[in-house]
Design a protein around this ligand. Structure first.
Ligand code: NAD
Length: 454
């Protein structure tokens, strides 16, 4: 592949090792995004009617904040980090050098099509790598503007966009990369992992999952409803860390359902289809898949559709059967199943029915319950008494575990992710302890104490 060969040759020139070179490149990207912010909003709106507010907050301003923070901190992050030396090597000084991997491939999904292509790119460039970005074909207008912005910001031998669908993605995956960063479904994540294994290429897999939100009998119900509705119906439910299903204590279920309905109406009005704050399902295929999930379910609210526009209104489903299509895997749309529980054993039964989720949320005013859920269940990350907000703190690494992914990023974690950590000991010449060299004259009883020197 020609583009990759050019990037390999460019990486070998060592130019990306210069932190100032990287900063200049990121500043050009920053400028392009600022200048084209409205065009980006228009492109994503053309793809699936994402409200401008949501694009600004969760896509453009999100990555601009990321660039600003990275520009401020990257010189520090890139410096060799001194660590204390072990007695064994005395006298020495010991360091961790951050080395770019080389040529990186970034494969992005469609749901936050700008953020999820640019955020890993910022880190890949900051850490001194070259990159090929493959945007999702499902959001073609965003793919086009991503290509324009990246072309205007970088030389193609440094960073380039290759647009295309599954075939293009597979062609890219067949090449030898030094790092692959993939965001998307678990199904495709496995394909990526398998392709990477052929070349022993390290990967980050940012995948999805079936994220539970637990509401116990002590929760502040109206606040819980407001925060669940916001996190679930933002981007029309197409958010990897959105609530997939609610587990609510049976004693507060009716109250919660009432509050959820009220929150939906408060947010989007009586005629949700007309609301400018509500996005559409991304494609007709995805829309039909969601409609299929609703077959045979008891609806508590919503369920309105419009085939012309891939419109599915915020929908609440009552007690779905576990073996139904809706509860088989990740929903990834504006459908919210509500399941009641009586005991903590019921919660366990539901959560353990799926692989480790990307997020879990707990609404409770009981500290012991909050603590128990965090300690007992394994999941990527989450929040107590809110949803989604764990993604907004740069100091919190973001990523999945088990079925929801491998590796995590954001802030310094992103820079570290795209850097090989090279351990170096600088040994002094002024003293030489003869003990390690043959002939081994040190009495065995002393060798048995060597553990204290490591
Ligand atoms: P997807 O896996 O269908 O596609 C992602 C990318 O992989 C696209 O660029 C696509 O072209 C490519 N691709 C698709 N099929 C392929 C194949 N057979 N071989 C090689 N490449 C292929 O995912 P999507 O539908 O774009 O995104 C939705 C999924 O992404 C959800 O599961 C969601 O939870 C997950 N997601 C995770 C995060 C996260 O940060 N963990 C963020 C957003 C979305």
């Amino acid at each position: 592949m020609q583009q990759l060969q050019k990037q390999r040759d460019f990486f070998n020139t060592q130019q990306t090792k210069d932190v100032e070179f990287r900063k200049k490149a990121l500043k050009r990207l920053q400028q392009e995004i600022i200048v084209r912010e409205d065009d980006i909003c228009d492109a994503i709106y053309a793809d699936f009617k994402k409200p401008k507010f949501e694009t600004l907050a969760a896509e453009t301003q999100f990555v601009l904040g990321d660039i600003k923070h990275t520009l401020k901190k990257m010189s520090l992050w890139a410096q060799p980090q001194r660590v204390s030396a072990s007695l064994m090597n005395w006298p020495s000084s010991d360091f961790i050098y951050k080395e770019p991997y080389g040529n990186v491939l970034i494969i992005a999904p469609w749901n936050y099509p700008f953020q999820l292509a640019i955020a890993p790119l910022i880190a890949a460039v900051a850490a001194g790598n070259t990159a090929v970005v493959k945007p999702s074909e499902v959001t073609p207008n965003t793919a086009k503007i991503l290509s324009e912005i990246i072309t205007a910001s970088f030389k193609p031998e440094h960073v380039t966009v290759i647009e295309g669908g599954v075939e293009t993605s597979q062609e890219l995956l067949a090449q030898k990369w030094n790092y692959i960063f993939f965001t998307g479904s678990s199904r495709v994540g496995k394909i990526v992992y398998e392709s990477a294994a052929k070349h022993l290429t390290p990967v980050t897999l940012e995948l999805g999952g079936k994220n539970p939100t637990i509401v116990d009998e002590t929760a502040s119900i109206s606040k819980a409803a407001k925060r669940i509705v916001w996190g679930k119906f933002l981007n029309a439910g197409q958010t990897c860390i959105a609530t997939d299903y609610i587990l609510v204590h049976q004693s507060v279920k009716d109250k919660l359902v009432h509050a959820l309905k009220k929150s939906i109406t408060d947010s989007y009005g009586q005629n949700i289809e007309k609301s400018t704050d509500y996005a559409r399902t991304v494609s007709h295929t995805h829309y039909l898949g969601l409609k299929q999930m609703l077959k045979g379910q008891e609806l508590l609210f919503g369920g309105e559709t419009n085939d012309e526009d891939n419109y599915l209104s915020p929908t609440l489903v009552n007690e779905p059967k576990l073996e139904s299509k809706l509860m088989e895997g990740e929903i990834f749309g504006p459908i919210l199943p509500i399941i009641s529980y009586e005991t903590e054993a019921d919660i366990e039964k539901h959560i353990n029915n799926y692989g480790k989720p990307l997020a879990t949320y707990v609404f409770s005013n009981k500290k012991s319950f909050q603590k128990k859920i965090i300690a007992k269940y394994s999941f990527g990350g989450g929040a107590i008494n809110d949803t989604l907000i764990q993604i907004t703190n740069k100091k919190l690494p973001f990523g999945g575990v088990g079925a929801s992914g491998i590796g995590s990023y954001h802030g310094k974690a992103s820079f570290d992710l795209f850097s090989h950590h090279k351990s170096i000991i600088k040994k002094s010449n002024w003293f030489e302890a003869p003990l390690r060299y043959p002939p081994y004259n040190l009495p065995i009883k002393f060798v048995k104490k060597v553990k204290h020197l490591f």
